[in-house]
Design a protein around this ligand. Structure first.
Ligand code: TRP
Ligand code: ZN
Length: 475
């Protein structure tokens, strides 16, 4: 049901990328050098959140509690007009701070309604408020901007961010694309609530995260208002625009479902989307209560994208998904969205878990057992890409969506399950999702939790499966 050979390749179109390796690095290094010096002074916000894989993603010195994004997108000219109002709190005294913003023209920045000075350097929007911000102080930054958004090219050659399509835009920001359409503290360490007000030409639909508060049409344009009340990492925000057929209903658990489907994908998507409530119910039984109030799917027709993304509450698919992909992106709602990373190095906590959810789904729905899937993978020769680098230490940002992260990450969970038994294994998964709900988790915390729940020493197992180079020996 879930042939192992297809595991990671499904999430990314083979062959598309790889050429543009390191394309973004010179810019990144230049910007880092430009701001690193003064940041050491102590009253400025750092230009990055300290993630070695993406040194300029996120920023230091403040936390964003809420984003209020007002966007207007012209699907013909591909022009975006935006206003972002961020409510933030200074973590220390700030004479200056950064936001991530790539491309686009900024026309004004205010801090607490007073005009603020700003400059652009690489992907950093450097803001100097008229008065220094006291430590602990809440402040409001408003940024007006416009332009033609362009996706970023990631170190693995894939594109993310605002990706234009023939009828709108496919908007998916993992790992660093949020900055292509709004000024952000763009690292998953920082989670925030969101309001979206998105205006598009009449006939097009704009779909964001959370619940739809309302829509109205005037003068040939329709405005959609969306709200996500649960904390969300910037990369999980979407504002996907297109010609969509919309379906809405509420599940027996009271979750509001909103599906938006490109008519070209409707026939293939229908039988899979029909399973969404049962998939979420099955995952809720396994992982604990569904962490959000809204759910759904955005099924776009975006043949150049090559992957789906687990945008919070409402994953975005580049084409009609198969059941495995639906299960995968749904599982991310617990693992990756509700429980977030603190460093991209830990990406197996997202992808290994979502992949293992697929194995479990197959096992419990008449397909291969997880053991069979594991065995088929383990049979791959030592030279296979599966063993190219350790799942828990992919080495750099170009490797975070590779086969070892997905497949060997899932194999790690399977080895944990074999070591502790089903009862403890499923208790561990549930305790992880519920204990870190709406927050963050690290690999070290997961290992500790697994040891605590099982009463077993597991550091050897995790070391072997997550951190050793090459194909691990059979235990
Ligand atoms: N997290 C996505 C998934 O597993 C995959 C993904 C997001 C991705 N962005 C990407 C894959 C960029 C390759 C390149 O469903
Ligand atoms: Zn995934």
């Amino acid at each position: 049901m879930t042939p192992p050979s297809r595991q990671p390749a499904r999430r990314r179109t083979a062959g598309l990328r790889r050429e543009a390796v390191l394309a973004t690095v010179p810019v990144a290094v230049a910007a880092l050098l430009a701001t690193a010096g003064p940041a050491a002074a102590g009253t400025t916000g750092a230009a990055g959140a300290g993630d070695p894989y993406f040194p300029l993603s996120g920023n230091g010195g403040y936390h964003v509690g809420h984003y209020d994004l007002t966007l207007r997108y012209d699907t013909t000219s591909r022009q975006l007009d935006g206003k972002a109002v961020l409510t933030a709190r200074a973590s220390h005294r700030l004479t200056r701070f950064d936001l991530d913003l790539n491309g686009l023209k900024v026309t004004s920045v205010t801090v607490d309604r007073g005009a603020a000075a700003f400059r652009r350097t690489g992907q950093e929007l450097v803001v100097t408020p008229r008065h220094a911000l006291r430590a602990g102080r809440e402040f409001r930054v408003a940024v007006a901007y416009h332009g033609t958004p362009k996706p970023v090219t990631d170190p693995d050659g894939s594109a993310d961010g605002w990706i234009p399509t023939d009828d709108g835009a496919f908007v998916a920001g993992e790992p660093q694309g949020a900055m292509t359409w709004f000024p952000a503290n763009g690292h998953p360490k920082d989670k925030s609530t969101y309001d979206f007000t998105i205006t598009v030409p009449k006939g097009r639909t704009a779909v964001a995260n959370g619940v739809l508060l309302g829509r109205h049409t005037a003068h040939g344009r329709t405005t959609f208002r969306w709200r996500e009340t649960q904390p969300m990492a910037a990369y999980l925000a979407t504002a996907t625009v297109g010609d969509f057929k919309v379906e809405r209903y509420t599940t027996p658990d009271g979750v509001q479902v909103y599906n938006a489907v490109d008519p070209r994908e409707a026939r293939a998507a229908a039988p899979v989307l029909k399973k969404l409530p049962s998939v979420l119910a099955w995952e809720s039984k396994l992982f604990g209560p569904y962490p959000f109030r809204a759910a759904g799917a955005i099924v776009d027709h975006a043949p150049d994208v090559g992957y789906a993304l687990e945008t919070q509450t409402r994953p975005v698919y580049d084409s009609a998904p198969d059941t495995g992909t639906l299960v995968h992106e749904s599982a991310h709602q617990w693992f990756g969205d509700s429980v977030s990373l603190t460093a991209w190095k830990d990406i197996w906590l997202n992808e290994g878990f979502a992949t293992y959810a697929e194995w479990l789904y197959a096992e419990q729905h008449g397909g291969d057992s997880a053991q069979m899937t594991f065995d088929a993978l383990y049979a791959r020769p030592a030279g296979d890409e599966l063993w190219a680098y350790p799942a828990g230490d992919p080495g750099n940002g170009g490797n975070i969506f590779g086969t070892p992260v997905y497949a060997r990450g899932a194999m790690t969970l399977h080895e944990l399950r074999r070591a502790v038994g089903d009862r403890d294994f499923f208790r561990i998964l549930r305790a992880w999702a519920t204990g870190h709900r709406g927050g963050h988790g690290t690999t070290a915390e997961f290992v500790r939790l697994a040891e605590r729940q099982s009463g077993k020493r597991l550091d050897g197992l995790f070391h072997t499966w997550l951190y050793t180079k090459g194909k691990p020996d059979k235990v």
